[in-house]
Design a protein around this ligand. Structure first.
Ligand code: FES
Length: 183
């Protein structure tokens, strides 16, 4: 009957409304939980910035290897360059680079073999590969970002791909020959 049809129609509408509301609710909750970590990674809060410094023992890093530490809740890469890598990084014409910097400007006097950078791609904030054993290091032997294919060289300088600038070198000091302190 026509009445029955109307009833079914209303039922259908009510059910759809309920489903729509449920879907919006789920999207809202999911969206917030995805967004919050991104925001906290990309814009560290005052608390995080004020956090105490990070100490890294570099004595176990072999030439040609890098390790990953955590500094202000973000990855920190510490790499020991080989003699060959130091020579190659120094031979690059820095003026021709997208973000012109020499190895000397990115390392400390007396410790040219130790490169300390944030492990945060300067494109959209992914963690580049190359700081763990067996990880892909990209075309220039330094770091490779799997998100959109940025390649960084052994001095952490952007050489290919969309990232606009070199991996950031944070404030740090050598507290001894085998320990660095970032922050
Ligand atoms: Fe690294 Fe886009 S976030 S290439």
């Amino acid at each position: 009957t026509p009445e029955a049809a109307v009833e079914h129609g209303e039922d259908g509408v009510r059910r759809r409304d309920f489903i729509n509301i449920a879907a919006i609710g789920a999207a809202g909750v999911g969206g917030a939980s995805v967004l919050l970590p991104l925001i906290s990674q990309m814009a560290p809060s005052e608390d995080v910035l004020a956090e105490s410094s990070t100490e890294v023992d570099i004595s176990a890093i072999e030439p040609g290897q890098a390790i990953k530490a955590i500094f202000r809740k973000q990855p920190l890469f510490v790499r020991r360059l080989t003699e060959k890598e130091i020579a190659e990084a120094g031979a690059v014409n820095a003026g021709s680079l997208r973000d012109p910097q020499t190895l000397e400007e990115r390392t400390k006097e007396g410790h040219r073999d130790i490169l300390v950078t944030m492990g945060v791609c300067t494109h959209l904030g992914c963690v580049p590969l190359g700081a763990a054993e067996g990880e892909v290091k990209g075309e220039f032997g330094g770091y490779f970002c799997p998100c959109h294919g940025s390649h960084y060289d052994t001095a952490g300088r952007i050489r290919k791909g969309p990232a606009p600038t070199n991996l950031e070198v944070p404030e740090y000091v050598f507290t001894s020959d085998t320990v660095i302190q970032a922050g």
